[in-house]
Design a protein around this ligand. Structure first.
Ligand code: 1G0
Length: 274
């Protein structure tokens, strides 16, 4: 691992919330030069890593993640590999977008949500250009560094795509985020940039509904039936502009993977909104 942090250099502070894979605390990190930085620490549930293969997955992912740097991605500082394992990352002072939207509801202006949508798209376009599939894009993994600055976090499920493959087949022991999954994810456990695009559409639906649960009350099987057999899609949120629904959400939910836009193409759409 290229970025080992010794747990004795971390002073854990208050709990920030419950993320996927484990709880998140604020911490002070004393670096070699003696300076103190405020960071966020995700304490991984060791049972999640106890399964065969996950520790090596984890180390591999962390090593690759350290190289991913973009203003709309949460920066990874390093990991502490004494038990419990801890991921040390950039602190997003305003917390998760989802919590803020649910608290503020319709007090959040559509223009602010559009700016957030554009920044998430920029971060995802960066991952796409680095051939990285996130695999768990959702509003719960979008964090706020400032009111006008969002950062994509929790690449926990993200896998690099080998040069000769353009998709990743899910292994048994990982959770599947059903309402955010494209048909091929639910049927073939196949994840790709195209399935990230589908999840991006669902993430935008969450933003424009101020944090509603997509397909609330439906089981995984019912969701698959609707999106795969019946061609049903999430309805346009009242606050969502028609163009955004038709040209971004609906396109990102094309049944055929190759009909979904790339994040590079979607960033051009948002430039039109400038
Ligand atoms: N960095 C943060 N700052 C403030 C509040 N936060 C952060 C993270 C958080 C998210 C992901 C993460 O682990 C990563 C990040 C990037 C790549 C891979 C794993 C660590 C903390 N989670 C939260 C809270 C938990 C609640 O949902 C919002």
């Amino acid at each position: 691992v290229s970025c080992l942090i010794n747990s004795r250099d971390l002073t854990l502070k208050e709990k920030l919330g419950q993320g996927s894979f484990g709880e998140v605390l604020k911490a002070e990190w004393k670096k070699e030069d003696g300076s103190i930085t405020e960071v966020a620490v995700k304490i991984l549930k060791t049972d999640a890593l106890a399964l065969p293969g996950t520790f090596s997955d984890f180390v591999k992912e962390v090593n690759a993640m350290v190289g991913l740097k973009h203003s709309n991605l949460i920066k990874l500082h390093g990991v502490s590999l004494s038990l419990p394992y801890m991921i040390v990352v950039e602190l997003a002072p305003l917390g998760s977008v989802l919590d803020r939207l649910r608290k503020e509801c319709s007090l959040t202006s559509v223009l602010v949500i559009l700016e957030w949508a554009k920044q998430v798209c920029n971060g995802m376009a960066y991952l796409e250009s680095h051939r990285w599939v996130h695999r768990d894009l959702a509003a719960r993994n979008i964090l706020l560094a400032a009111v006008d600055k969002v950062k994509i976090g929790d690449f926990g499920l993200m896998k690099s795509i080998e040069a000769n493959e353009d998709c990743y087949v899910m292994s048994e022991h990982k959770m599947i985020p059903f309402p955010w999954c494209a048909p091929e994810c639910l049927k073939l456990r196949k994840f790709s940039h195209a399935s990230d695009c589908w999840a991006y559409g669902v993430t935008l639906w969450e933003l424009f509904t101020f944090g509603e649960h997509p397909w609330a009350g439906h089981s995984g099987a019912q969701i698959l039936q609707k999106i795969d057999q019946e061609g049903q899609r999430l309805p346009k949120p009242p606050a969502c502009p028609q163009d955004v629904y038709q040209l971004v959400m609906h396109m990102s939910w094309s049944h055929r993977e190759q009909d979904r836009p790339t994040f590079a193409a979607l960033t051009k759409f948002f430039q039109g909104f400038e």
